[in-house]
Design a protein around this ligand. Structure first.
Ligand code: ADP
Ligand code: MG
Length: 257
């Protein structure tokens, strides 16, 4: 083992914010979708992003793991500036778990296989270690009895929990969720939110785009309201959801609550 301390652009910085976004702008052609976003997520914090459809929430999340390239501004993850061209983005991305509205599981692989494959291919873990980790995380999301099931044999809520387990298996520092329950039948939403709530209680750092206001109210440390590519207001849920300062926030909440 090398005695040299880790350094360089890919190495997390002690004491840094989990996510720090400064003056982030994103254009699609001439359409400015993010118009100067500033915010941060501290280690262990749960931040919920709410706002109308088309306000730029998904684009913001996608800029945090460079699924979209920011037009200007900086994004730091654990102190590492991921917008720096020198950075090994694959190394950074491995540290960021992402869960989408669509589960995107491999239909020909079992739950265990779906949670094992990225560990094998991306982290180059051996089969035994990858399967041991897969069992642990599938148990953590309440699917210990579904290891051998294929996606088609699982409910939407179970499939989404497999997708969460798949992200957890990579050992992320931060989990990003983009409307993880929006594609689910109403009776299945609670299971997925329950797993997310447990993750939050265990201290996972989470940035969650959601329309589930009760989840935001009960689980979030902070709520960020976005509209038209800007952060209109942010603060504790008891303030932003219960007593919003801005008319735009009030109008949005009166539609969703
Ligand atoms: P939200 O998640 O809040 O609904 P999005 O981030 O998905 O908002 O979209 C914000 C705006 O950016 C929308 O006007 C959308 O049409 C536009 N947009 C999103 N992705 C693309 C893309 N890949 N190309 C062009 N426009 C896009
Ligand atoms: Mg979206």
């Amino acid at each position: 083992m090398s005695e040299t301390p880790e350094q360089g652009p890919d190495v997390p910085e002690a004491g840094a914010s989990a996510i720090e976004i400064r003056d982030l702008h994103k254009y699609f052609g001439r359409n400015e979708v993010l118009r100067g976003i500033d915010f941060h997520v501290e280690p262990g914090e749960v931040v919920c992003v709410i706002g109308p459809s088309g306000s730029g929430k998904s684009t913001l999340l996608r800029c945090v793991n460079l699924l979209e390239e920011p037009t200007s501004g900086t994004v730091r993850v654990a102190g590492v500036e991921i917008t720096d061209p020198e950075v090994d983005i694959d190394a950074v991305r491995r540290r960021i778990g992402m869960v989408f509205q669509a589960f995107n599981l491999f239909p020909h692989l079992t739950a265990l296989g779906n949670v094992t494959i990225a560990q094998r291919k991306v982290l180059r873990r051996g089969r035994a270690e990858a399967e041991r980790t897969a069992r642990q995380v599938l148990e953590r999301v309440g699917l210990a009895d579904k290891l051998a099931s294929y996606p088609a044999q699982l409910s939407g809520g179970q499939q989404q929990r497999v997708a969460i387990a798949r992200a957890l298996a990579m050992g992320p520092r931060v989990m990003l969720f983009d409307e993880p329950t929006s594609a689910l039948d109403p009776e299945l939403v609670g299971d997925v939110l329950g797993v997310m709530r447990e993750l939050a209680e265990e201290g996972m750092t989470m940035l969650v785009v959601t329309h589930e206001m009760s989840f935001a109210r009960e689980v979030a440390d902070r709520v960020v309201f976005m509209d038209d590519g800007v952060v209109v207001e942010e603060g504790p849920p008891g303030q932003v959801i219960a007593d919003p300062r801005h008319e735009r926030t009030r109008t949005f909440l009166s539609r969703v609550l």
